[in-house]
Design a protein around this ligand. Structure first.
Ligand SMILES: C[S@@+](CC[C@H](N)C(=O)[O-])C[C@H]1O[C@@H](n2cnc3c(N)ncnc32)[C@H](O)[C@@H]1O
Length: 200
């Protein structure tokens, strides 16, 4: 879904930023939908050098058909964007300290070209504790069905405690509004995950 949406907004000659790009699977998904003749530059940013090394190896091995550049940086320290048609934050804003989130989303808004978009996918809290409990329960059931052991599920949960700080969907919408976005919609919602798109 994000690949299709990126292609909808990627304009010729512009930059596409993925913040918290990890091993660049989102760029690879987008490449399926962008016409090969279009010149766009993919810029991936992540704080983890190991992830960026893997991303470089992967993109080179498969001869990624677009220009790309990968940068190591901490999103907590602020960021500038140039000539951006698309900025992607997939499961990454939740790791940025809450105090720094507004500044980051505002800098995305300021750096986007007119008619550019932000794609924001986040783990979210349910609007009610009952829903929240059920959503998380079904998420873990899905992990078990996909072969994860109890030990792996518990270890991941413990590793993310106090590191991954989810907002409610409404709080993320307010964050977008406060940053200046007036047009946005939810393109995906599954239990405690949501995907939003916001247009400048
Ligand atoms: C859950 S992964 C999501 C990766 C990718 N966006 C995806 O959807 O597959 C979160 C990524 O954000 C990166 N990250 C977390 N905190 C960060 C920060 N403060 N600055 C830059 N990158 C960060 C992590 O290294 C990791 O690669």
């Amino acid at each position: 879904m994000t690949g299709e949406l990126i292609a909808d907004f990627a304009t010729p000659g512009s930059n596409i930023y993925d913040l918290g790009c990890s091993t660049c699977n989102t760029f690879r998904a987008a490449a399926h939908f962008i016409a090969p003749g279009i010149t766009v530059r993919f810029i991936g940013i992540d704080s983890s050098p190991e992830m960026l090394d893997k991303a470089t190896a992967k993109l080179k091995a498969e001869k990624f058909p677009f220009d790309f550049e990968l940068r190591q940086a901490d999103l907590n320290e602020g960021m500038n964007f140039e000539n951006a048609s698309v900025v992607i934050l997939t499961l990454t804003l939740q790791f940025v300290r809450p105090l720094n989130r507004e500044r980051l989303v505002r800098s995305v808004y300021n750096g986007l070209n007119d008619n550019g978009c932000l794609i924001l996918v986040e783990k979210v809290l349910g609007e009610d504790t009952l829903f929240n409990r059920l959503f998380i329960q079904h998420y873990y059931e899905m992990k078990r069905r996909n072969g994860y052991s109890e030990m792996e599920i518990v270890q991941k949960r413990e590793a993310l405690e106090n590191v991954l700080i989810p907002y409610r969907l409404q709080e993320n919408k307010q964050l977008l509004r406060d940053a200046g976005f007036t047009k946005f919609d939810t393109f995906f919602k599954w239990h405690n995950f949501s995907g939003m798109i916001a247009l400048k």
